[in-house]
Write a protein that binds this ligand. Structure first.
Ligand code: FRU
Length: 489
C-alpha cells in the first residue's frame, strides 16, 4: 500500500470516529470525513452493496481526489470501509476521478476510473485517461500498465483534456464501457469501448452527443436497459434553460430514453427529460440489485453553489436516498427504495376536507415520510394548496400546488439560508386519475419530493435549524385530501 493511501486510511479512521452520529443524516450517506462528490463504483458484490465516492478526506472542500468507500446491505445503513484509492501513481497523480465497478467472473472487483495526470510542463496541463484497479472489495491494486484507455484510443475530435467518468459493465462475455469527452465543437459526447479482459480496450462508436441542445461537456454517463427501453443518463455542464421550463440552467441531469441495437452498437434517442427537478442533484449512478431492481443514487449537491455552502461539520457532501427506477407513460420515474419502509414508525393516517390552515397532531419532525394525496377531481373549488415543513415561527420551506396551472412551486428561501442562490423551482404537476400525490421525505436537511408516485422528483438541501419541525397545510377553497405520515427511525 502506498504511503498516501495509508495516510488517508489512518486519518479518516481517527477523524471519522470523532464525528458523532447526530451530526449526520440518518440514512443519507455522508463522507467518513472531509469532502464528498460523485458516487463511484456503485455495485453489488459478495452479498453487499458497495458505494465508493469522490473524496478528499483532509478538508471540506474539493481537493486531490481519492475514492472513499462504504457498504450496506439495505441501502439505508452504511458502514465505512477504508479509503479505496489515493492519487499515488504517475497515471493518477492529479486525482482519481469518477468511475464505476464491476464484479469479474473470477470473483475480483474491478474499478475503472479516470486517472488525471500531468501532460505538459505547466501543472495546469493535464490529461484524463481511464485506469483500472483490481481488488477484493477492500484493497485494490492498480494496473502497472495504466492508463488502460489512453489518448490513443480517442476517436477523431475527442479530447484527453476532458475524457472521463467511465461506466463499465460485463455482458455477453465481454466488458463494455461508456466514457464522456468534449469534442472539438465543445460538445459532450459519449464514447463506447469494448474489451475481452478490461485491460485491452477498443473504441467502438459514439453513442450520442449533446447536439448543441443539452449543455456542453456531459459528465458521468450511465447506460443500461430499463424495461423495454435503453437509458443513457448524463450530467451536462452549462445547460441553458429550456423554453418550456423543464430544464433549469447550469449543471443539470438528463435522461435520454431510446432503443439500443447491441449488434450494431447504435443508440437511437427517442425522448429526453430531466432526471431531477431540484436544486441539489448531480452525477447519478445506477446498479442492478439481485432481485432485478435498477437503483440510482446521486450526489446531493450542486457545483454552482457548493463553494459557498455552510461548513457546519467535519464532513461535506452527501448522497441522495437510493431510488428504484421504472418507466410509466414513456417517462423515467423514481421511487425511494422499498427498504425505506423498514424505518417507518408512528404511522398516522387522516382523511380531511381542508379549507384554510391546518396542523395535525403528531404530524411533524425532520425525519419523516409523508404522503399527501389531493383529491383534485372532488375539489373543484380549491384554488391553491400549500404544504409547509421544517417550519417554526421563523423558518419554513413550502411546496405550493396551483390547480389552475397544474404547477408546483418549491420555495426554500425562508428555510434559514443566508445565501443568494436558486431557492425556487417550478415543475409541472397534473393530477393523474383525478389525484395528485406528494411524497415528502425529510432526513434532517435533506429533502426529496416525489410527485405522482415518482413521475417527477425534486431533491434539495435545507439550511434550517433542527428545532424547526413543524408541518402545516393550507388550502384556498375546500380540498379533500388524505395524509399518511411516518416518522423514520
Ligand atoms: C462530476 C465530476 C466528474 C469528475 C469528478 C471530479 O461531478 O466533475 O466529471 O470525474 O467530478 O471530482
Amino acid at each position: 500500500m502506498s504511503h498516501k493511501l495509508e495516510e488517508a486510511r489512518i486519518y479518516e479512521a481517527r477523524e471519522g470516529a470523532a464525528i458523532p452520529a447526530h451530526d449526520r443524516p440518518l440514512f443519507h450517506l455522508t463522507p467518513r470525513v472531509g469532502w464528498m462528490n460523485d458516487p463511484n463504483g456503485f455495485c453489488y458484490y459478495q452479498g453487499a452493496y458497495h458505494l465508493f465516492y469522490q473524496y478528499y478526506p483532509y478538508d471540506t472542500v474539493w481537493g486531490p481526489m481519492h475514492w472513499g468507500h462504504a457498504v450496506t446491505t439495505d441501502l439505508l445503513h452504511w458502514d465505512y470501509r477504508p479509503c479505496a484509492l489515493a492519487p499515488d501513481t504517475d497515471a493518477d497523480a492529479k486525482g482519481c476521478f469518477s468511475g464505476t465497478a464491476v464484479p469479474a467472473p473470477d470473483g475480483k472487483l474491478l474499478l475503472l476510473y479516470t486517472g488525471v495526470q500531468q501532460a505538459g510542463d505547466s501543472p495546469e496541463e493535464v490529461h484524463q485517461l481511464q485506469c483500472l484497479a483490481v481488488g477484493d472489495g477492500t484493497d485494490f491494486v492498480k494496473e502497472a500498465a495504466n492508463p488502460v484507455i489512453g489518448a490513443d484510443l480517442l476517436p477523431e475530435g475527442g479530447s484527453a483534456v476532458d475524457f472521463r467518468d467511465p461506466k463499465i459493465w460485463y455482458e455477453d462475455g465481454r466488458y463494455h464501457c461508456v466514457v464522456s469527452t468534449r469534442d472539438a465543437h465543445d460538445q459532450g459526447r459519449i464514447l463506447l469501448y469494448e474489451s475481452p479482459d478490461a485491460r485491452r480496450w477498443t473504441y467502438r462508436t459514439t453513442l450520442d452527443s449533446c447536439r448543441n441542445e443539452y449543455g456542453k461537456m456531459w459528465e458521468c454517463p450511465d447506460f443500461f436497459p430499463l424495461e423495454d427501453k435503453q437509458l443513457l443518463l448524463v450530467s451536462p455542464q452549462e445547460m441553458e434553460a429550456s423554453p418550456d421550463g423543464e430544464f433549469h440552467p447550469g449543471f443539470g441531469t438528463v435522461a435520454l430514453l431510446g432503443r439500443y441495437d447491441k449488434t450494431e452498437a447504435r443508440f437511437t434517442r427517442e425522448a429526453v427529460q430531466p432526471i431531477d427537478y431540484g436544486t441539489d442533484f448531480y452525477a447519478p449512478q445506477t446498479l442492478l440489485t439481485p432481485d432485478g431492481r435498477r437503483v440510482m443514487v446521486a450526489w446531493m449537491e450542486n457545483w454552482a453553489t457548493v463553494n459557498e455552502a455552510p461548513r457546519r461539520h467535519k464532513w461535506f457532501g452527501r448522497m441522495t436516498l437510493p431510488r428504484e427506477l421504472f418507466l410509466r407513460d414513456g417517462r423515467l420515474c423514481q421511487r425511494p427504495v422499498r427498504e425505506l419502509e423498514t424505518l417507518w414508525q408512528n404511522t398516522i393516517t387522516r382523511r380531511e376536507t381542508l379549507d384554510g390552515d391546518a396542523v395535525y397532531e403528531g404530524v411533524a419532525g425532520r425525519r419523516l415520510d409523508l404522503t399527501v394525496t389531493l383529491d383534485a377531481a372532488a375539489s373543484p373549488d380549491c384554488r391553491r394548496f400549500t404544504l409547509c415543513f421544517a417550519e417554526n415561527d421563523r423558518y419554513r420551506t413550502r411546496v405550493e400546488w396551483s390547480p389552475l396551472y397544474n404547477e408546483l412551486l418549491f420555495d426554500r428561501s425562508g428555510c434559514g439560508t443566508r445565501r443568494d442562490i436558486p431557492h425556487l423551482r417550478r415543475l409541472k404537476a397534473a393530477p393523474q386519475n383525478g389525484r395528485l400525490t406528494l411524497r415528502l421525505i425529510l432526513d434532517g436537511d435533506c429533502l426529496e419530493l416525489f410527485v405522482n408516485d415518482g413521475q417527477r422528483v425534486l431533491s434539495a438541501l435545507l439550511d434550517t435549524p433542527a428545532e424547526a419541525e413543524g408541518i402545516s397545510l393550507h388550502s384556498e377553497g375546500p380540498l379533500a385530501l388524505e395524509l399518511v405520515h411516518h416518522t423514520l427511525h
